[in-house]
Design a protein around this ligand. Structure first.
Ligand code: GLA
Length: 578
């Protein structure tokens, strides 16, 4: 049965249900009726999409100077990379000459940056590009910390980190015209990250903040969602989620697996940084394509790391591939998740809904050493036909109107096939949301438990059955229980006027979890509950959805890690035109 027919049957069921019951549950469950909670002040999105640019580290490390950066900027401006979206030219480690004891300000190494950073930034700006600069949240830069083990040695970064100097360094960078700060960690302190955000705010200059809590040799957890100290997206625009990438396919796939654990964190204004690209740095063309396509699918920043001045035509073509970049820069800004039903350990199908209704980017990723045929079943994506399938890298339409319910393709060894599917999404309708199919979901536990009433109604595709949805002792008729951080996205199609739900920690949280509920529509945050604990009263969210195309339900782990963070959307309900 197609999900469209399935959806129609459910509409009929629900209309019948509402007619016979007047919308009230007869199983003794609660129905939302409280006055709406206004929520806390909503946070403005600083940078809605993953940044694109270039970074010096992967190719140049400490063999860098101002002429390298200038000639790279020349190439990015002239080669078509800028036109394709590459904007930031970032000088990574090894620019610093020390900290002036009189002014307290950092200064550039006079032998390699004789004209100083301000002049360099002005040169990059003169090319129509933006300028990025490295510093560290410790007392030394990372290259200085690795002094002696990372050739060439770099003594000038000793004692030249930003820890304790965040405000003055942000002010210095602003006065130089910096647009993007890469804030490393190496031997540092997590306090440097929010302190730098405060320093940036005090300057009044917009500067992108890219943090790295995972510098080499640090012992932080590999999944920062369980770091448990601070809510990273509150102050960082992107955060590294892994240790340093290398130019091997094993490194690429290991970072994909780490980032996949944090898919529910990606949101307009915050993305998981999978590290600078290794495209054009020694992997095979198929591996490079898989690497680039997956970074785009997972909404990672796209910072080229190759020597663009001498790159091959095929590397340039890949880095500027319009289809792959359209996936990275799609306005819905979701991170791809695996389609578990169509994936195996070596042959995986990844999916990312795009802004236009009915469209999905799909990456068939072959991690194995032999070519293999992958299949995507549209029903597993809650997508119904007819479906048009386009190869996003080549632009070739592979199937104009496929109604068979699946598409198969041969995927090269350690390679990818990147597709766009255009079919029909399930549109939300006037009914309990717990009955309805989302188009994308990700949670810390990998599961969303739905309780629907009456019990014979089908669960959404991919949901497990919740035995109960209990908030502050009240049992609800319908609900969605998620382990934070979690996100679910629904298509509204501009047809719905109101979303309403009670919210709170589930009884399974045993009164000790800490979460934050947010409601977003079309990349606009409509509601933010602030921190909800086990002792918070149940709140009712009610937001107006007039004209929006998508509804995005977000639960973050707030500020204290994710233990016990089982959160309920209790009796979530949509009012739609039909
Ligand atoms: C760390 C970072 C790298 C790079 C180097 C510079 O290893 O993870 O991306 O910035 O420091 O020393």
């Amino acid at each position: 049965m197609t999900s469209r027919v399935f959806g129609l049957i459910r509409v009929v069921l629900v209309l019948g249900l509402l007619a016979s019951c007047g919308g009230n549950g007869s199983d003794g469950g609660a129905v939302s009726s409280g006055s709406p909670d206004p929520g806390i002040a909503k946070t403005a999105v600083r940078y809605a999409l993953p940044p694109m640019g270039w970074n010096s580290w992967n190719t140049f490390a400490c063999n860098v100077n101002e002429n390298v950066i200038k000639s790279v900027a020349d190439t990015i401006a002239a080669s078509g990379m800028a036109a394709a979206g590459y904007q930031y030219v970032t000088q990574d480690d090894c620019w610093v000459g020390g900290r002036d004891p009189a002014t307290g300000q950092l200064f550039a190494n006079p032998s390699t940056f004789p004209n100083g950073i301000k002049a360099l930034a002005a040169y990059v700006h003169s090319k129509g590009l933006k300028f990025g600069l490295y510093t560290s949240g410790g007392t030394n830069t990372c290259a200085a910390l690795a002094h002696g083990t990372r050739p060439p040695t770099y003594p000038k970064g000793v004692g030249a980190g930003s820890l304790g100097h965040e405000s003055v360094d942000a002010a210095t960078f602003a006065s130089w015209g910096v647009d993007y700060i890469k804030l490393d960690y190496c031997g540092g302190n997590l306090s440097a990250f929010p302190a730098m955000r405060a320093g940036i705010a005090a300057t009044g200059r917009p500067m992108y903040l890219s943090i790295n809590p995972y510098s080499a040799n640090q012992t932080l957890p590999t999944n920062f969602a369980s770091d448990g100290t601070l809510y990273v997206p509150a102050y960082a625009d992107t955060s590294r989620i892994s240790q340093d990438i290398t130019n091997t396919f094993a490194s690429v796939t290991s970072i994909i697996d780490i980032s996949a654990q944090d898919a529910s964190w990606a949101i307009p204004g915050y993305f998981n940084d999978m590290d600078m690209l290794e495209v054009g740095r020694g992997m095979t063309p198929d591996q490079d394509t898989a690497h680039f396509a997956m970074w785009a699918m997972m909404s990672s920043p796209l910072n080229a790391g190759n020597d663009v001045r001498s790159q091959s035509a095929s590397t340039l073509a890949l880095l500027t591939n319009a289809g792959a970049i359209s996936v990275s820069q799609d306005a819905l800004a979701l991170q791809a998740v695996p389609d578990a039903a169509d994936s195996s350990a070596t042959l995986q199908v990844w999916t990312k809904p795009l802004q236009a209704s009915g469209t999905r980017a799909v990456a068939m990723l072959n991690r194995g050493s032999a070519a293999a045929t992958a299949t995507v079943n549209f029903a597993n994506l809650a997508l119904s036909g007819p479906v048009q399938v386009t190869n996003l890298v080549t632009g070739e339409v592979l199937s104009p109107a496929l109604s068979t319910g699946s598409f198969s393709a041969s995927v090269p060894a350690t390679g990818v096939v990147l597709l766009k599917l255009a079919g029909t999404d399930p549109l939300a309708f006037k009914a309990p949301l717990a009955l309805q199919n989302w188009i994308w979901a990700s949670t810390q536990s990998g599961k969303i438990a739905a309780k629907v009433w009456p019990s014979q109604d089908a669960l959404p595709v991919g949901a497990t059955a919740a035995a109960s949805v209990i908030v502050n002792g009240t049992s609800y008729r319908d609900g969605l229980a998620v382990n934070a951080p979690a996100q679910m996205v629904y298509r509204l199609g501009g047809n719905c006027s109101t979303f309403q739900s009670d919210i709170g920690l589930d009884a399974a949280a045993k009164g000790v979890g800490t979460v934050d509920f947010q409601v977003w529509a079309d990349n606009v945050m409509l509601y933010d509950s602030g921190v909800i604990t086990g002792s918070s009263p149940t709140k009712t969210v009610r937001v107006s959805l007039n004209g929006y195309q998508t509804l995005r339900l977000v639960v973050t782990g707030a500020q204290d890690g994710v233990a016990n963070d089982v959160a309920d959307w209790a009796d979530p309900t949509l009012v739609c035109g039909s």
